[in-house]
Structures are given as structure tokens and as C-alpha cells.
Write a new protein. Structure first.
Length: 256
């Protein structure tokens, strides 16, 4: 089952995604996907991983980490499917990061690896845009790289764990304006999802709606205003996003 959060006629709803991405509300109404505003399907904290793919670490000439390089993204950074993200004026390099995201379903504290999957609500997709101008190094990521308003598309939905029987060999792909730019596999992940749940829950309590963004494979490229960026995780979902300028983004917010 696929579960989404949407805004329709000014109200927020939980919805079940059916054939052709039509959305079934709790009252039985069926709404076409282009009639709604897609919201991030979860809104807890996001624990993101740097250098969690061996091929990506090699691409950047970094040694693979021996412990997860985790950092936190605030909910204010999230935006939904078919929404816009802005590129700050004057920066030299902003790139996408296609990522599989594990969504926590119940409080998790001191969880053992062998029990970790029982704590998941499901999976979603994110595009963890990064402003490389401000990256000090991958071991100490600067907040300005990853925590800007509405610069992390998440969605379109959460897929139940049972519907993705093997997350260890899924293909991840990114297209810019229809051109394939990135392709990799979760089999290159250094720290897998059970390990990450065990690791994070060993020193903090993970809450329902929290997310673990598991990193991106090699194949990064710059994006600019006007670009349409699509990230896809096999068996989970395809997430569409458009880039606008900083001026256009904040002008639209004022008008709204």
C-alpha cells in the first residue's frame, strides 16, 4: 500500500494511492493526482547520511567512513512532489542527491539490528539538494549546505515495508530535463538500514515520522533555475521537482 499526505480544496488529508496515482480519501472520494498539492508524507526529523555509498566516496576521493556520518535536517527543509526548490543567487554549484528514505513507524530506543525492520512504517524517496559552495568537508557538513527552506523534496508517498521485499538491491536514478544523470544501486550502501536504526537508536529515541535518508550513489551534476529534476528509487517512487531562482521563490511566497 502507498500512503500520501495531500492538500485538496484548502484542507490536508491522508490518502491511499491507487491505480494511475489517483488518491482515495477516508470518505471514499477518489481524486486525480493533478488535482492536489502533494505534501511530504512524513514530517519528523530527518537523519541524513554522508558518504554512505562506496562508489560516491570513491567519486569524491574520500576513504569510506568507518562510522555513519549522520546529520539532522529540520522539517522546514521539506517540500513535496511536483513542488519547486530554489537555487541561492550567486552560488557556483548546487547538486541533487537521489536517496532511499526509511520512515520510522513506532518509538525506537536501543533497537537491535535483527529487530530493526519491525520499527519501520515504510519507505519513501528524497532529493537531498546540497549547496557545495559551503561544504567544509564531508565529515563536518555546514548547515548552509543542507538546511535551507524547501530544499529537500520528499515523497510522493510512503510504501509499506512488505511491498518492497528487498531494499538491498534497488536501482536509484536521477534525470535532469529528461537526461539520465545518475544511476546506482542500494547494494553499494556502506551502512544498511538495520545497522542505521541500531546505531541511531543506541543514543537517542527515534519517533514515528522520523526519517533516515540513506545517502546517494555517484553521478552528481549542477542544477540551475528552469531545470526539472526527477529522482527515482526502484519499487518505491518517482519524485518530480523544479528549480527556480531565489528571487522567484521568495517573491511567490510573499504573494501567497
Amino acid at each position: 500500500m502507498k500512503r500520501a499526505r495531500i492538500r485538496f480544496e484548502g484542507q490536508e488529508f491522508a490518502a491511499i494511492v491507487e491505480a494511475h496515482n489517483a488518491l482515495r480519501l477516508a470518505d471514499g472520494r477518489l481524486i486525480a493526482e493533478d488535482q492536489v498539492e502533494w505534501l511530504p508524507p512524513a514530517n519528523g526529523n530527518m537523519f541524513a547520511l554522508g558518504l554512505n555509498y562506496a562508489d560516491h566516496a570513491k567519486e569524491l576521493a574520500f576513504a569510506p567512513p568507518t562510522e555513519p556520518l549522520a546529520f539532522i535536517k529540520s522539517p522546514g527543509t521539506y517540500t513535496g512532489h511536483n513542488q519547486v526548490t530554489w537555487r541561492p543567487d550567486g552560488v557556483a554549484y548546487m547538486h541533487y542527491e537521489c536517496e532511499l528514505v526509511a520512515v520510522i513507524g513506532r518509538p525506537a530506543r536501543n533497537v537491535k539490528r535483527e529487530d530493526a525492520m519491525d520499527y519501520l512504517a515504510g519507505y519513501t524517496v528524497c532529493n537531498d539538494y546540497a549547496i557545495r559552495d559551503y561544504l567544509e568537508n564531508y565529515y563536518r557538513p555546514n548547515l548552509r549546505v543542507k538546511n535551507r527552506d524547501a530544499t529537500t523534496p520528499v515523497g510522493p508517498w510512503i510504501v509499506d515495508v512488505a511491498d518492497v521485499p528487498d531494499v538491498t538491491d534497488l536501482t536509484l536514478r536521477t534525470w535532469i530535463n529528461g537526461e539520465l544523470k545518475q544511476e546506482g544501486s542500494t547494494k553499494d550502501m556502506i551502512f544498511d538500514i538495520p545497522y542505521l536504526i541500531e546505531y541511531l537508536s543506541s543514543f537517542m529515541t527515534l519517533q514515528p515520522g522520523d526519517m533516515i535518508a540513506t545517502g546517494t550513489p555517484e553521478g552528481l551534476a549542477d542544477v540551475v533555475p528552469g531545470d526539472e529534476v526527477i529522482v527515482e528509487v526502484e519499487g518505491v517512487g518517482r519524485l518530480v521537482n523544479r528549480i527556480v531562482s531565489e528571487v522567484d521563490f521568495f517573491s511567490a511566497r510573499k504573494e501567497a
